[in-house]
Design a protein around this ligand. Structure first.
Ligand SMILES: Nc1nc2c(c(=O)[nH]1)N[C@H]1C(S)=C(S)[C@@H](COP(=O)(O)OP(=O)(O)OC[C@H]3O[C@@H](n4cnc5c(=O)[nH]c(N)nc54)[C@H](O)[C@@H]3O)O[C@H]1N2
Ligand SMILES: Nc1nc2c(c(=O)[nH]1)N[C@H]1C(S)=C(S)[C@@H](COP(=O)(O)OP(=O)(O)OC[C@H]3O[C@@H](n4cnc5c(=O)[nH]c(N)nc54)[C@H](O)[C@@H]3O)O[C@H]1N2
Ligand SMILES: [Mo]
Length: 862
């Protein structure tokens, strides 16, 4: 059962100052160990750690011996701690000797990494979060900050003041656009055009900081010539980006006249075949105006995972070696080899994620060790990824959760300690290192990832190299390595922490790197003095191309696909999917479509549709009419996996094409055809948690509740409910209500006086009742007579139907909000006072505003 203690933020932490997002605030619902992996397993059977580790080392040794070190591969994650990551990288590259170590950050940050390296000579984020508050112009490119970085969004919002402007660049009108003075709903994939055009505009307006460019940059002239050659007058830009020319001009003017400008960018920029160019197109404009690493003036890549940055520090990406030392830096390989005391370091970079799984598919990789990521769901063309894994002779998966789409394909399963159980450090987008501390006992026999890896290193015969006894010891070694051959050009430097005592490590306060003996308090901003990490100290302008797959031809009947995140779920839902409060905001996989596209296709809101990609991938979800979509484009969430639904995986629809520099897949971009599922019936089936699946349906989604599971079901063929009901409910029903003319059927089963199962069927999904009250009856209570009477109408006289939950922090529903607005609560603040909604994490305020606006429009005199 969930631990009921509420979670609170750390008031002293510089990044959030105690604020939490809705997922953080509901963490207590996800820390129950039900569903966690408790013991190691080999081929499905529980084994001892000793046996499991023998299997792991045996498989690695055999592959190395028979096929060479390159037949072993690691696929890591930005959700590991830095210490875990460091040990994995050292084991793989240093001692097994395989270059094939990559991470899910390839799908996330690698384009930003590549852009930083091209421009600055090193993967460095020059700015910090405070800049988001100091900026007079905030440009949010390809980032739905309101939902995905809600704490930063709240900071930006609170920093609003007269004259501060916000521009949001996103094909969709998202919750973030609520903060925007200007929303540029560009055609997907046209960001380079927009920023190339800006560079030309800056030059023509005389807004280029010539002195800065001359003193600190190279490549400006070629870059400008290349941008001009593509004739980027605002009219061209407007046409290519499919936005009004006045909006282009407003954006360009504001950028020109605002020295304190921050451009924050995220997955709409990175996850593209031109992701690296996108990043450089942005950075070019900042370099041209000298706005890098200055208070309130910088490009700012927003990372996603808690430790995406830590992975970049240790060298978790296949094309890096360790500690910002790359294979192509002269002398780096030799220095790292000497530092580690090994002669096994690979000669050249290994496969990046998409290529890695291709190599697995070809049979080149004999042992694949996956840690802290769920590639069967998150990599493009997920069906082929699963096929690759099932072909691989030995798949090792370290995870905290027993049932995921990836653990289902593991030969060896290792239980890893998760959040709250493990100890170490993480680094955020602004280079700030924070301690993560264990505060609860581990689940079952779970071990920390670094311990598992170190033990394998020792069993492979490298006792000395893997002898650490604490994460603090690993951290010190990592810090020492960062200082190796570091003459100050390489900014990543933790030498000031290399001798950190255990107690000091335990108490380490958040601190931003570089942290050197000369600057032990860390560094907020970098490159503000115009000196970069290149050999000549100059930043590089990079000419960028102007077209992306965003302009690929959409055939008649096809729609362009966009994918992304929702407010209350984290990735593949292995944790947030277990929290009943968090599943209520969007309980099912969905498809956002513009209302005009719906009417043109004869589809209605609430219908089930299937999207089919050319690669055969299918996604089935519930239609939402979304006026914020561009016409011709659909948006689907990335979160659902086979653990929760049938065909509802966004990545099934994505073709694995990648950016040529970063190898990051084009995950925001697909082409699909839309067909209605033509369901003849829709149902809700509520069963107690342990009940096995007795039902069959063409569509299903599991919606976990506190005391039961609710299945959303639909079928294309009529059912004989009287025949199937016994199987579906696990026994004969006690109450049945049918109206065959109306197509409704309802039945309930009661055992020992307690509710055991309920089925509600309707021809139209919108005719199904709200099931919150029914779900609450599964708490083990003996049903009263009144409750029994209410069962088939699905409501008790006393309970209020609150509608879909809008504020997950306080469980406030759509219908309550509408009623409060009707009764005069005309502002977000008034709603907060009345219902508490929006007063905690604040991430529902855009939806509250939209509800107020909707009421205003509907009650306005015609
Ligand atoms: N609630 C929640 N928060 C999260 C996560 C989560 O799973 N759930 N995950 C975390 C992680 S790992 C990450 S990486 C971040 C990601 O954070 P974001 O990058 O904000 O997340 P996304 O929703 O994937 O994509 C952002 C936006 O890019 C837009 N976009 C698509 N194509 C284009 C384009 O061609 N140009 C532009 N300019 N925009 C485009 C999409 O419409 C979308 O609104 O979120 C982090 N925070
Ligand atoms: N189409 C499309 N695809 C995308 C994206 C998109 O926007 N569109 N976004 C991409 C991005 S930015 C990202 S970051 C990825 C995310 O995709 P994934 O990384 O695949 O997703 P998660 O659900 O975060 O998987 C983390 C796994 O690690 C486990 N875990 C958690 N903590 C630990 C730990 O401490 N140790 C170990 N060993 N395991 C742990 C969890 O239980 C879970 O199974 O998806 C990418 N894929
Ligand atoms: Mo990410």
């Amino acid at each position: 059962m969930a631990d009921q203690r509420p979670v609170s933020g750390d008031l002293a932490h510089p990044a959030n100052r105690g604020r939490l997002c809705v997922k953080g605030a509901n963490l207590h619902e996800t820390t129950n160990s039900e569903g966690n992996l408790h013991h190691p397993r080999v081929l499905g059977s529980r084994v001892s750690w000793d046996r499991a580790l023998d299997e792991v080392t045996g498989a690695i040794r055999q592959a190395m011996f028979q096929h060479g070190p390159g037949s072993v591969a690691f696929y890591l994650s930005g959700q590991l701690l830095t210490e875990d990551y460091y040990v994995a990288n050292k084991l793989a590259k240093g001692f097994i000797g395989t270059p094939h170590v990559d991470t899910n950050s390839r799908l996330c940050m690698s384009s930003a990494v590549a852009a930083h390296k091209r421009a600055f000579g090193e993967d460095v984020v020059p700015g910090c979060y405070e800049d988001l508050e100091l900026a007079d112009l905030l440009v949010l490119a390809g980032s739905n900050t309101a939902w995905n970085h809600p704490v930063l969004y709240q900071r930006m919002k609170a920093a609003g003041r007269p004259g501060r402007r916000v521009v949001v660049i996103d094909p969709r009108r998202t919750a973030t656009a609520e903060l925007a003075d200007l929303h540029l709903a560009i055609r997907p994939g046209t960001d380079t055009t927009l920023f190339n055009g800006l560079l030309v505009w800056l030059a023509d307006a005389g807004a280029v900081d010539g002195a800065y460019v001359d003193a600190h940059c190279s490549g400006f002239d070629e870059t400008l010539v290349s941008a001009r050659a593509r004739a980027f007058a605002p009219e061209n830009v407007a046409e290519a980006c499919d936005i009004p020319v006045d909006d282009v001009v407003s954006f360009y003017r504001w950028f020109t006249e605002t020295p304190r400008t921050v451009t924050a960018f995220s997955q709409g920029i990175n996850q593209s075949v031109v992701g690296t160019d996108n990043g450089n197109a942005i950075i070019n404009c900042h370099l041209a105006t000298g706005r890098v690493g200055k208070p309130g003036a910088s490009p700012l890549s927003l990372t996603g995972q808690p430790n995406a940055m830590g992975g970049r520090e240790v060298g978790g990406l296949a094309n890096t070696l360790a500690a910002h030392l790359d294979y192509d830096i002269p002398g780096a390989r030799e220095a790292v080899a000497e530092f580690w005391g090994t002669d096994r370091l690979p000669q050249a970079p290994g496969y990046k994620a998409v290529d890695l799984f291709d190599a697995v598919h070809r049979g080149e990789i004999k042992v694949l060790w996956i840690m802290g990521t769920n590639p069967a769901v998150s990599l493009p063309q997920s069906r082929r990824v699963r096929e690759a894994m099932s072909r691989c002779p030995v798949v090792i998966v370290s995870d905290c959760v027993s049932h995921t789409d990836t653990t289902a394909l593991a030969d060896i399963l290792l239980p890893a300690r998760g959040w709250g159980e493990k100890d170490g450090t993480v680094t955020n987008s602004e280079r700030c290192i924070s301690r993560q501390r264990a505060f609860r006992p581990p689940t079952g026999e779970a071990r920390a990832d670094w311990q598992i890896l170190a033990e394998v290193g020792r069993r492979l015969g490298y006792e000395k190299a893997f002898a650490w006894s604490s994460p603090a010891a690993v951290f010190r070694e990592h810090a020492r390595l960062s200082a190796l051959n570091n003459d100050g050009i390489r900014r990543f430097n933790l030498s000031g922490l290399a001798d950190l005592a255990d107690e000091a490590y335990d108490q380490l306060a958040p601190v931003q790197w570089p942290i050197t003996t000369g600057q032990p308090e860390g560094s907020k901003r970098l490159f503000g003095d115009g000196r970069y990490s290149t050999l000549d100290g100059r930043a590089c302008f990079i000419p960028v191309q102007a077209t992306a797959s965003g302009q690929a031809v959409v055939s008649p009947g096809q729609m362009r696909l966009n994918t992304g995140r929702i407010r209350d779920q984290w990735h593949t839902m292995t944790r947030t999917g277990r929290a009943p409060r968090l599943v209520q905001h969007r309980p099912e996989p969905f498809v956002d479509i513009h209302p005009l596209d719906l009417s043109a296709r004869g589809i209605r809101e609430g219908d089930l549709v299937s999207l089919t990609a050319e690669n055969g991938g299918v996604f089935t979800g519930r239609v939402r009419a979304e006026p914020g979509q561009r016409q011709g484009e659909v948006f689907v969430p990335i979160h659902w996996s086979h653990q929760f639904t049938g065909e509802g995986l966004a990545s099934a629809l994505i073709t694995p094409v990648t950016d040529p520099f970063s190898g990051q897949p084009d995950s925001k971009n697909g082409l699909v055809t839309v067909t209605s599922l033509s369901a003849r019936w829709h149902a809700r089936l509520l069963r107690h948690r342990e009940a096995s699946r007795g039902w069959q349906a063409d569509y299903h989604t599991l919606v976990p509740q506190h005391h039961c599971n609710t299945w959303y079901l639909a079928g294309k063929q009529p059912e004989d409910w009287h025949r199937t009901i016994t199987r579906w409910l696990g026994g004969a029903p006690d109450l049945v209500l049918e109206d065959s003319a109306a197509g409704t059927f309802r039945a309930a089963r009661i055992r020992h006086g307690q509710l055991d199962g309920v089925l509600l069927v309707a021809r139209d999904a919108s005719h199904l009742p709200d099931t919150a009250w029914l779900a609450s009856l599964f708490d083990g209570r003996e049903l009263s007579r009144q409750e029994r009477r209410g069962l088939l109408s699905a409501r008790s006289v006393e309970t209020e139907d609150i509608g879909a939950v809008v504020c997950s922090c306080f469980g406030v529903g759509e219908k309550q909000i509408a009623a409060a607005i009707g009764a005069g609560a005309g502002t977000v603040e008034a709603l907060g006072e009345k219902l508490r909604c929006g007063t905690n994490c604040g991430s529902c305020t855009p939806e509250l505003k939209a509800a107020i606006e909707k009421h205003r429009l509907s009650s306005a005199p015609v």
